[in-house]
Structures are given as structure tokens and as C-alpha cells.
Design a protein around this ligand. Structure first.
Ligand SMILES: [Fe+2]
Length: 415
């Protein structure tokens, strides 16, 4: 989708007028949805106050043996997130963490002036980021193509409803590699905090008729009870506005792998652990108290923010994730509001490799072609700001570092 911020107001006015003509009572739909979501947020707050974890937890060994029971599945569907303990061994993680630190240090990443090209998150960051625009270190590639993640993502992908009328929206058993960045956050840092947001498109959700309108079809018909966050139908058909750092792949989950221990107050991830918050925000923007040219502040080519002015009801449900140990992984639905704690008050580095799940589908395969080109040249991954820090880096991963599985996931070898 091509749309600039200047053109947004007129497009929103036109779309809202078109939706009004559908004759759906969005006010009463929203009121019903709000009452329901309030109950859910109250439950989250009560559990959080009791010190209970809101993020369901599984153990890697159990997952790959197929031991996820119906109760666990239902809770993951409801909360939209899951921690998988012991995805990697401590030994392997310590090796990756050390080698990543060496790679960054010996190639002078911190000595290179910030190129200032990453504007996408500029309205979210409260200072200089500690997320590194490093995509191609060998440990990152080893982690992405690791068999454990392949097994785990098969299981997690299967929590989606990916078949419709005999057609697969995506193949849960094959994965596309999505090269993302690193976080190396030092103790005492108070600059990284990211405000509550979602990635993967903002205004498109209301303006893209072929893709997002189909994803949110039940909401647009006023039948908010029928909306299923894990229904994959049309999810791979969405049309995003190209912008640095907008994920243009379809991800079943965003996620990261913990390289160091990190818990609440260590500058870690926060979530609103409900998979219904974004659909609620979708209907929120269609209410009469929102200016006709506005979608609760959503901007073209930026992360979609969850803001006190419009979304205070759900913001009360923002909680920190439980303590993560090296080798644990966390996964969250692409429509889950998340944030990063303002301050790191802990004593050690809180480091992660961002690795989500991007299953095989036409949309993702199309991206792999561009990404493979960037990989060969050592450029920044194509979804991200064109900073290209790693062009001349020593010890960068090359094709010879790919396993057969890695080549398939990179689109360099047929499955
Ligand atoms: Fe994000």
C-alpha cells in the first residue's frame, strides 16, 4: 500500500464514510466488546497483584513430544503469548552470547556513529536504543536455523487455524528465516524503553480492504464475539505500507531467545496478555468521539501505539513477563500489544536474539528473495533501515554457514 501521512486524513474520512454505509451499529458492538474486555483486564490485574504469571509456560521437551494439553492451548489462545523453557542448552547459549559480544566488539559497532536512519521507532524510544542493527553474526544464523526452533515453531504454528476450505493459508511445518536484530542492554540503562505498541502495520488495518478488512471481517460486521485471533484466514494477504522496520512477512509469532537471565525490572518485555486487545482497538477507532480523519492517533509507516487518550481501559493490563533464563524463548501473537521497560535496574546485561516464526507462504517466500541478496552482501535486512553496518565485518555468516535446513529456510534450496 502506498500512502503518506499527508494523504491519511482524506483516506480515513472516506473509509469511515464507506463503513457507515454498511449500517452496522459499531457503537453497541463496541460497548459489548468493552464490557467483555474490561472483565478480562480486571482478571489480568487481579492475577498480577497476586504475583501470578500471566504468560503461559511450556517446557521445550514436552512441546516437541506433542504434550500440549487443551487447557494450555486455550490459555495460549486467550493470552496470545507463551514462554517455552529450556529451548536451548545453557552451554550453547553462553557460547552464542560470548561470540556475539566478540563480533560486535571486534568489528567496532559501538564506535560507529549512529546513522540515525531508523525513524520507525522514533516516537516510541525514550533515548538512544540498545537494539543493535546486526543481522548476520554466525550465532544469530546458528540460532535461527537450529533444529530445536524448527521443531518448536512447527508445534506453535499448529496452534493457529491455518486451513480454510481445503486451502492452507500457510504451511505450519516449513519455516522462512526472518533476519531480525539483537538486544544488548546494559545494567543501569534507562534509554531503551519502548511505549506500548504493535508492529506489522498501523493505519493499514483500517484501510486495506483486500487483506486486513478480511482479517477483521467479523469486527466490521459487528460480530466481535466471532473474531478468532488465531484464525489465519487472509493474514498472509495483507498489504503494508513499506517503511523501515515494518515487518512485511507474516509472522505467527514475534519472539526472542534469552541469552542472559532477565526478569521484571531488568529492562525486559512487557505485554498486555490478551489476544483481544487489538481487535478492541480496531473498533475503538470507529467510534463517533474519534475525529473523522483520525484513527486514535495511528500514523502511516509507524508502529501502532496504544495510548492513554484512547486506550486507558486496556493499558491497565500491561504486565512484565516472568523471569527468563538463558535458553528460554518467548513468543507473542503479532497482534499483541507489547512494550519494553523504561529502566534496567538489574545487575547484568539483558541480551536477546529476536527470532519469531514466519511460516512458509507466498508472502514470506517473496521476502526471502530480497533477504538472500542482503545476506550475501552483508547489508541490513530489507525490512529494516538501510544502515548496512556489517558490510565489511569480519566473521560474518556466509552461505557456507548454512545447514541444509537453513538453506531451505533462506529460500536458497528447494524443500
Ligand atoms: Fe515491537
Amino acid at each position: 500500500m502506498q500512502l503518506t501521512q499527508d494523504q491519511l486524513g482524506a483516506a480515513v474520512i472516506a473509509m469511515k464514510a464507506e463503513l457507515r454505509n454498511k449500517g452496522v451499529d459499531y457503537k453497541s458492538a463496541f460497548e459489548g466488546f468493552s464490557a467483555s474486555i474490561k472483565q478480562e483486564i480486571d482478571e489480568i490485574k487481579a492475577l498480577d497483584e497476586q504475583g501470578a504469571s500471566l504468560v503461559p509456560e511450556l517446557d521445550f521437551a514436552a512441546v516437541v513430544q506433542g504434550n500440549i494439553n487443551d487447557e494450555q492451548k486455550a490459555l495460549i489462545h486467550k493470552r496470545g503469548c507463551v514462554v517455552v523453557r529450556n529451548t536451548f542448552s545453557r552451554e550453547l547459549i553462553d557460547d552464542w552470547n560470548r561470540r556475539i559480544a566478540d563480533y560486535v566488539k571486534k568489528n567496532g559497532y559501538y564506535e560507529t556513529p549512529d546513522k540515525g536512519l531508523d525513524k520507525y521507532f522514533s516516537s516510541l524510544q525514550k533515548g538512544k536504543p540498545q537494539i543493535l542493527s546486526v543481522y548476520w553474526s554466525k550465532p544469530q544464523m546458528e540460532a535461527r536455523q537450529h533444529e530445536n526452533l524448527a521443531l518448536l515453531r512447527k508445534a506453535l504454528n499448529r496452534l493457529w487455524h491455518y486451513e480454510r476450505d481445503g486451502q492452507q493459508e500457510f504451511d505450519p511445518d516449513r519455516e522462512c528465516l526472518y533476519a531480525d536484530r539483537l538486544r544488548q542492554r546494559e545494567p543501569g540503562d534507562n534509554s531503551l524503553g519502548l511505549k506500548p505498541h504493535i508492529d506489522g502495520g498501523s493505519v493499514e488495518r483500517w484501510l486495506d480492504k483486500q487483506g486486513f478488512h478480511q482479517v477483521y471481517r467479523h469486527l466490521l460486521n459487528g460480530n466481535w464475539q466471532d473474531y478468532d485471533p488465531f484464525d489465519a484466514a487472509y493474514r498472509t494477504k495483507t498489504d503494508e505500507i513499506p517503511s523501515p522496520a515494518v515487518c512485511s512477512m507474516f509472522r505467527t509469532y514475534q519472539g526472542w531467545t534469552a541469552l542472559t537471565p532477565q526478569g521484571p525490572n531488568d529492562g525486559t518485555l512487557q505485554l498486555i496478555p490478551s489476544s483481544r486487545v487489538v481487535p478492541w482497538m480496531f473498533l475503538r477507532a470507529l467510534q463517533e468521539d474519534v475525529p473523522p480523519d483520525d484513527l486514535c492517533g495511528a500514523q502511516a509507516g509507524r508502529a501502532l501505539q496504544c495510548v492513554p487518550q484512547w486506550h486507558s481501559l486496556v493499558l491497565e493490563g500491561l504486565v512484565s513477563i516472568p523471569k527468563m533464563n538463558p535458553g528460554d524463548t518467548i513468543w507473542w501473537h503479532p497482534d499483541l500489544v507489547h512494550a519494553v521497560e523504561d529502566a534496567h535496574r538489574g545487575t547484568g546485561y539483558s541480551n536477546v536474539i529476536y527470532i519469531g516464526a514466519a511460516p512458509y507462504c507466498d508472502k514470506n517466500v517473496a521476502y526471502l528473495k530480497k533477504q538472500a541478496e542482503a545476506f550475501r552482501k552483508g547489508e541490513s535486512a530489507p525490512d529494516f533501515a538501510a544502515e548496512h553496518y556489517e558490510l565489511a565485518y569480519q566473521d560474518r555468516a556466509t552461505e557456507s554457514d548454512l545447514t541444509d535446513l537453513g538453506k531451505k529456510q533462506m529460500g536458497l534450496q528447494a524443500w
